[in-house]
Design a protein. Structure first.
Lengths: 116, 223
């Protein structure tokens, strides 16, 4: 285990017509909090790259990074001492069809990360 | 095998004599009960989370044996000792140890870790089943876990309605806070069940994480 980049991917499927508003809320409300905890926002992708209307959903993908497993645990520790850390996610549920959060690395880092 | 585990927290100002008297009482009562196959009382090591000052492990052949012991007149001494003013808080679980892996039956001179968790009310049975399956599978990636058990709680007391007990034997605290904590199976996979920001968050953030030194495994059946 060296000091690999750890990535956190939030994938949010917005309710139809809610994509742009959800994107704005994520940037305005969540990004400052997560940044303060130690994550760096690398990408904010939207699929398709337009705001859908009618009955169709945008998918929003936010890619964060933090240096090293220790850094990742530090971010998590700061979130978990905050009793409200889950509140924001519950607040945006009405705007979501679904969401996932995944923690990942470059494939080339698998071996070193598993070498603990 | 049926087990009882108790995490005992003293008041900060509890006198050494009071702490020692409680320990002596627990040891004496457990030693006097034929239903108790093994008993082990040990101080919690630094670094625990809501883990108490003492950990008390008790093994019984089955739940009926445990009930007989707890209902015996002698056990009233335990109840009284744990209800004294010197005791600030008590967490505990009773559970049938149904999912058990003893990879190192001769394990000695290491660390026994206990994690009490409470799956949040309203969690679907499907999610609980997926969580349990992943917990059972975790140790295959982590040879630092010498022995392990993962059990549903039959009877819990304390700060939460405890639902599960996750126990492991490690060689030392370095294995717990090194390979165990830092392996991807932990931080990038299993931990999402505990992460308030994850879509799969189901475990109450209040946990009982405690560990103590052991001469031999408390997971292995009494011999």
């Amino acid at each position: 285990m060296a000091n690999e980049n750890i990535y956190v991917l939030d994938q949010l499927v917005a309710r139809p017509g809610q994509g742009e508003a959800l994107h704005r809320r994520y940037l305005d409300e969540y990004v400052p909090v997560a940044s303060e905890r130690g994550l760096t926002l690398e990408h904010r992708w939207v699929s398709p790259p337009m705001w859908l209307e009618g009955s169709q959903s945008n998918t929003l993908l936010f890619v964060w990074s933090v240096k090293g497993v220790e850094g990742y645990w530090g971010v998590e520790a700061r979130a978990r001492v905050d009793p409200a850390s889950g509140d924001w996610w519950r607040e945006i549920e009405p705007m979501l069809v679904s969401r996932t959060r995944s923690v990942m690395s470059e494939a080339s880092d698998i071996a070193s990360l598993a070498d603990v | 095998m049926f087990k009882l585990t108790r995490l005992i927290s003293f008041q900060a100002d509890a006198a050494e004599a009071e702490r020692a008297a409680l320990g002596a009482c627990l040891r004496a009562v457990a030693a006097a009960r034929p239903e108790v196959l093994r008993a082990y009382l040990a101080p919690t090591q630094p670094g625990h989370v809501n883990g108490g000052d003492l950990v008390w492990h008790l093994q019984f052949a089955d739940e009926a044996s445990c009930s007989r012991a707890l209902g015996s007149p002698g056990w009233r001494d335990v109840d009284r000792a744990l209800a004294t003013d010197s005791v600030a808080h008590l967490d505990g679980v009773g559970y049938r140890q149904e999912l058990l892996h003893i990879g190192a039956p001769g394990f000695s001179g290491g660390l026994h870790r206990t994690l009490l968790i409470a799956v949040r009310p309203g969690t679907t049975a499907a999610k609980i089943a997926a969580f349990e399956a992943e917990m059972r599978d975790m140790a295959r990636y982590l040879p630092c876990i010498r022995n392990w058990g993962f059990s549903r709680v039959t009877d819990g007391i304390g700060a939460r309605r405890w639902t599960h007990v996750w126990e492991q034997d490690f060689d030392n605290v370095g294995a717990l806070y090194g390979p165990y904590l830092n392996h991807p199976i932990h931080f990038a996979h299993i931990d999402r069940w505990f992460d308030t920001q994850s879509h799969d968050f189901i475990v109450d953030t209040y946990i009982g994480h405690t560990f103590c030194a052991v001469e031999r495994s408390m997971l292995a059946p009494a011999s």
